[in-house]
Design a protein around this ligand. Structure first.
Ligand code: G1P
Length: 296
C-alpha cells in the first residue's frame, strides 16, 4: 500500500448497513425495518442520513436485505400521498416531504444476500465505493452532537488523514468492539489494536467503537479474505485491526451522546432525548414525560 493511498482524498460517500433483523427489538421489527422505527417524529434512519449530510457526504449507499424494501420507499417520492396532500391544501406537509428528498442518483441500494456479519455487509458496497475513502455509519447508533459525530471525525480526517473510528467509554465492553489505546493527543488516540466483543475481564480498555468509521478503500482487500470472528461472523473490527498495521489509524473520542437504538431501553432513551430536544415540541414533551412519571 502506497502512501498515496492514504493521502487526504475527499470524503464523499457513506455506507449505511441496514440488513440486520433487529432481533433485540422484536416483535416491533417483525414486519417493519428497525431503521424506520420512529424516534419521536422521524424514522431512526433519517437522523443518521442527516448526520451524513451535515458532514458533507454526497452519496449514501444502503446495504439492505430481504424485507427492507420500505427503506427504499421512504427515500423515494410518494406520488399518491403528495397528490392527496395537494388536494387537501396541506402545503407545509408537502414542503416538508419535498425538502427531505435527495437529488436523483445520490442514494444507492445493494443487497447483502446472507447475514454473514458487518464486515461482509460493508464489503458488499465495494464496487459502488470504488477507490476512495468512505464513511460507515451504523444506523442503530443515533448520536446527538454539535457538530455531528461524523463532522467531528471529518475535521480530524482533514488533519491526520488515514482511517478514523469514533470511540467512547462504556460499562459493557463485552457488547462491542473495543480499542487498545497506545497514546492520546487531546481527543485523538493512537492504538495498538482492537478486538470485537472481548470477554469483560479481557477488554483492553473501556473505549468502545461507537458505530462511525472513516476508512480507506484498502479495507476491501482485507475484508475479501477475512475469516469469521466473534459470533462466527465476518467482523469489520478484525479487518480494521489488520489495516491498522499498514496505514495510519486513529480513534476519536467524540463529544456528544450515543443512543444504542438496537436495544429497547436505548431506544426509549433516544426517543425521550429527541422529544426533549425538539425545537417546537420540546417543552411540551418535557411536561408530558414529567406528568407520565408522576402518574406512575
Ligand atoms: C457492531 C460492531 C462493533 C461496534 C458496534 C456498535 O457490533 O461490530 O464493533 O462496537 O456495532 O454498535 P454489533 O452491534 O453489530 O454487534
Amino acid at each position: 500500500m502506497t502512501s498515496a493511498s492514504t493521502a487526504r482524498r475527499p470524503l464523499r460517500k457513506a455506507v449505511l448497513p441496514v440488513a440486520g433483523f433487529g432481533t433485540r427489538v422484536l416483535p416491533a421489527t417483525k414486519a417493519i425495518p428497525k431503521e424506520l422505527l420512529p424516534v419521536f417524529d422521524k424514522p431512526a434512519i433519517q437522523y443518521v442520513v442527516d448526520e451524513a449530510l451535515a458532514a458533507g457526504i454526497e452519496h449514501i449507499i444502503f446495504v439492505t436485505g430481504r424485507g427492507k424494501g420500505a427503506i427504499e420507499d421512504y427515500f423515494d417520492r410518494a406520488y399518491e400521498l403528495e397528490d392527496s396532500l395537494k388536494q387537501k391544501n396541506k402545503t407545509s406537509l408537502l414542503n416538508e416531504l419535498a425538502a427531505g428528498l435527495r437529488p436523483a442518483g445520490t442514494m444507492s441500494f445493494v443487497r447483502q444476500q446472507a447475514a454473514l456479519g458487518l464486515g461482509h455487509a460493508v464489503w458488499c458496497a465495494r464496487d459502488i465505493i470504488g477507490d476512495e475513502p468512505f464513511a460507515v455509519m451504523l444506523p442503530d447508533m443515533i448520536m446527538m452532537a454539535q457538530p455531528s459525530c461524523l463532522a467531528q471525525m471529518a475535521a480530524a480526517y482533514e488533519q491526520v488523514g488515514g482511517n478514523i473510528i469514533a470511540v467512547e467509554p462504556t460499562d459493557t465492553p463485552e457488547q462491542y468492539g473495543v480499542i487498545d489505546p497506545e497514546s492520546r493527543d487531546g481527543r485523538l488516540l493512537k492504538m495498538k489494536g482492537m478486538v470485537e466483543k472481548p470477554k469483560r475481564e479481557a477488554a483492553p480498555s473501556n473505549l468502545f467503537i461507537s458505530g462511525r468509521y472513516i476508512l480507506q478503500p484498502e479495507i476491501f482487500g482485507l475484508l475479501a479474505d477475512q475469516g469469521p470472528g466473534a459470533g462466527n461472523e465476518i467482523q469489520l473490527t478484525d479487518s480494521m485491526a489488520r489495516l491498522m498495521k499498514v496505514q495510519p489509524f486513529h480513534a476519536l473520542e467524540y463529544e456528544g451522546t450515543t443512543y444504542d437504538c438496537g436495544d429497547k431501553l436505548g431506544y426509549l432513551r433516544a426517543f425521550a432525548a429527541h422529544a426533549l430536544a425538539h425545537g417546537e415540541l420540546g417543552g411540551k414533551a418535557a411536561d408530558t414525560l414529567r406528568a407520565t412519571l408522576e402518574k406512575k
